[in-house]
Design a protein around this ligand. Structure first.
Ligand code: T5A
Length: 217
């Protein structure tokens, strides 16, 4: 009797997150990496936080409009966590299980940096929220795009044109300096997961640095 070949479960996809300050080039570089992976025959899904599902996009609108700030940093963390929970369970986890690589523009490190290290939210609250929202689903690789603050803000301002700065873009230079240092600290504390990428220079040069980091890992 002919035996039916057992259906093999696809290998779990890789989970790569992009982190960094405002205007550091995350969205630009995520697109470039996706193109290269696609060309190499690797199925990829590009997504972002806050966002990635209709519910999470609605919450994105609330936090970036500045409404979250009125609630205070603790409750703002809950909004980011609610958005992340929906995104992880509906989009990220199923894609990884199907063997697709997920490239995510910001993830839990953003909450650690913006709400935790800069907003003084108790790390124990953030630990608890991470347990609920992401559990064991840690990124395989986090690319921290590092750029002098004035360069990042100039890029963000040029792109915005006459539009109003969002909730975090509107913070002063000192805030963005602390943000940069906080990301460097996270990278130092998680050397197995994080790679700091020099995000200065032409987009193509930054893309080459990212590609080498991805290939090395
Ligand atoms: N947040 C988010 C929290 O507080 N907690 C959380 O848990 C999470 C998930 C998200 C905000 O929410 C906060 C952090 C953020 O403040 P957002 O609009 O998604 O808001 O903001 P950012 O993630 O900061 O994204 P930006 O779009 O501002 O910056 P990117 O994606 O880093 O940069 P990008 O690629 O859009 O580039 C900006 C401009 O620079 C140009 C681009 O063409 C663009 O015009 N550019 C370059 N110019 C010259 N040389 C290069 N190498 C360039 N690369 C890009």
């Amino acid at each position: 009797m002919a035996r039916r070949a057992a259906k093999r479960k696809p290998a779990r996809g890789r989970f790569v997150t992009f982190e960094g300050g405002e205007g550091s080039g995350k969205s630009t570089q995520i697109g470039k990496l996706a193109e290269r992976l696609d060309a190499a025959g690797i199925a990829t899904l590009v997504t972002r936080e806050p966002g990635g599902t209709p519910g999470a996009e609605a919450l994105r609108h609330v936090v970036l409009s500045g409404m979250g700030k009125l609630l205070g940093a603790d409750l703002e963390s809950l909004l980011f966590a609610a958005a992340r929970d929906d995104h992880v369970h509906r989009v990220i986890a199923p894609a990884l299980a199907a063997g697709t690589w997920v490239l995510c523009d910001r993830f839990a490190d953003s909450t650690r940096v913006y709400q935790g290290m800069l907003g003084n939210v108790d790390p124990r609250l953030l630990d608890a929220l991470e347990r609920v929202t992401i559990g064991d689903l840690k990124p395989d690789l986090t690319l921290v795009l590092d750029l002098p603050v004035e360069v990042g803000l100039a890029r963000a301002t040029a792109r915005r044109g006459a539009a109003t700065a969002d909730r975090f873009e509107a913070e002063g230079v000192a805030f963005h300096e602390r943000l940069r240092e906080a990301y460097r600290e996270i990278a130092r504390d998680n050397p197995g997961r994080c790679v700091v990428i020099d995000a200065a220079g032409a987009p193509e040069d930054v893309a080459e640095r990212i590609w080498s980091a991805v290939r090395e890992r």
